[in-house]
Design a protein around this ligand. Sequence first.
Ligand code: F6R
Length: 608
Amino acid sequence: MCGIVGIIGVEPVADRLVDALRRLEYRGYDSAGIATITADGLDRRRAEGKLNNLAGKLANDPLAGTIGIGHTRWATHGGATETNAHPHIAGKVAVVHNGIIENFKDLLQDLARDGYFPQSQTDTESVALWVTRELDRGAAPRQAVANTLPKLRGTFGLVFLFDGDDKLLIAARQGSPLAIGHGQTEMYLGSDAFALAPFTNQITYLDEGDWAIVTPGKAEIFDFDGNPVQRIRQTSSASAALADKGNHRHFMAKEIYEQPETISHTLAHYVDLSEEKVALREDLPFDFAKLSRLTITACGTAFYAGLVAKYWFERYARLAVDVDVASEFRYREPPLADNGLTLVISQSGETADTLAALRYAAKSGQHIAALVNVQESTIARESHVVFPTLCGPEIGVASTKAFTAQLTALASLAIAAGQARGTISASEAHTLVRALVELPSAVSEVLRHEKSIEGIARHLARASDVLYLGRGQMFPLALEGALKLKEISYIHAEGYAAGELKHGPIALVNEEMPVVVVAPSDDLMEKTLSNMHEVSARGGKIILITDAEGRAQAGDGISDIIEMPRVHPFVAPILSSIPVQLLAYHTAVFMGTDVDQPRNLAKSVTVE
Ligand code: F6R
C-alpha cells in the first residue's frame, strides 16, 4: 500500500508534493520521492526511509518545476533502497505506482528483446519502460499509455509525467484508489482525498478500470474499454476527518472495494513477491514441523476465516486442526495437546471472548499466535507471536476487507506450514503462492460485475428467509454469506454444508425461499449440483455463485448466476467472499437499513 500524488500547478510544486505525501505516509514510509519537469527536462529527488529524509534532501538540493508527481513507498518488489524508490524514470516518462504488477517479469523479458532494461528491482519499472518503448515507436503520450494499460496484470494506481509537456498528467486505476482534485487553475491527483485536502475539496474518484487524461482545468476519463465516461465531482469532507467514504455511499462499500489493495498489501507481508515464495518475517516461537495440533479460536466472521483455514492446514500441511467459537471454547475448558499452537483471529484484537480463550490456552501451556488487524490491541500484546492483517481501519460494522485479509494471511501460513512439515513440494508451494499473487486482479474483475449483483439483490430483498449452501471449503463461505445478510439486511438467513440439506433444511424449501449456492467449479461441484437439483425440484429459487465452467456444468434451472473468473481452487474461498459481500450489501441498501451501523451491533465486542 503506497501513497501517490500529482500536481499540475502554476506555482512551484515540490513543497506541496511533499506536503501531500505527509498525509499519505500512513500508507507506507520506507522511501519517498518526487519528480518534476525543470528547464533541463525530467528530474527527481528520492530518499530511503521516512519522508523527512526526502524533505532534508530537497532543502539542500531543491527541485524546480510547476508540474510533478510524488510517492511514499511500502516495499513489495525490491528492498527499501533509493534505487527502488519511485518515481521511476525511463526515457521521457516518469511514473509513480501503488499496487502490484503481477506479470512484470514477462513484460521485462519482452522489453529486453528490444534493448530496454530496468535499473531497479521493482515491478513498477516495467510499466515505465513499456510506455517508453511505445513513445520511442512514435506514439503520443496518451496513446502510449492506452497501449500499455491492457498489457498490465495486477493492481495499480498509476500517475505518469511526460518530459516536454508540463500541462499533462495521465492516471489509471485498477484495484488501487485514485482521486482527481479540481483547483481554480491547478489540477491534482492523489491516493485519497485526504492527501489533496490542503489544495481542494472538489474531488472526482476514478472507478475500477478507469484512466484519465488530466490537463489544466480538465479531466477526461475513460473506462476499462476506452469509452469516455462521466464521474461525478463532489465536495469532500476529507480535510476534517481522517476516515472518508470516498465516492461510496457507505464505509462497507468502500471497504469491499479496497480489497484488491488490502489483499495485495497483506500478501506482500507474507510472500516474497519477486521470488513468489512464502517468507515469514515473524520470529516463530514454535516449529511448524513439530507442532502436535493447531487450535483456532475466534468469533463471528473471524471464526469463519478459521474454518476455511482448517481445510488448508489439514490438506496442505497435514496438521490436525480444531476450530472453535471462542465463547464456547473458553467455557468448555478443553484439554489441549502438548506442543500445540493456539491461533486466535480477531480484527479488533479486543473481542472479550477471544481474549479469554487466548488466556485459557496460554495458561494451558500452548504456543499463542494472534492474527489481528489492530496491532496494538490487547490480543496482540498478550500473544507470543503476532501475524498482522494489513488492511487499515475497518469502519463498517460488518467485516469485509478484514475477512479476506485474514484468509490471505492464513493461506500463506498454511503454505509455510506445509513446506516446514514436508507435505508440499517447493513447486506445489510455488503454484499456491502464484494463485495468491493473481488473486487481487481477479477480485477487481468481480467488482466490475457489481451492477448485475445489485439486480439480483433487488429480488433477494423481498425474501423473508434465505438459505446459503456450500461444500468443502465453500461451507464456511455459506456461513459467512448468511451472517453478512442477516446482520445488515435483517433478513433471516442460514448457512449449511450442502450435504446436510437432505438432513433437515430441505423441509424449508418452497417457491418463496431463495437458496444461494457458493460453488466455483472444482472436484466437488458435481455433488453440489445434485443438491441444487433437489432444491429446484421443490420450486426453490437458486442463486449460484460460480465461474464460467461451473455455469456450463450447472445447465438450466438456475434463477440467477453470479459469474466469477476461474481461479485456483485454493484461493476460491477468498474470491467468493466478494460476491457474497456485495449481495448482502445491496440487499441491505434496498431494505434501507443502516448498513454501516446495523441495529444492536458494535464493531468491537468487549463484553462477554
Ligand atoms: C461480522 C462481524 C463480527 C466479527 C466478530 C469478531 O461481520 O464483523 O462477527 O467478526 O465480532 O470480531 P473481531 O474480529 O474484532 O474479534
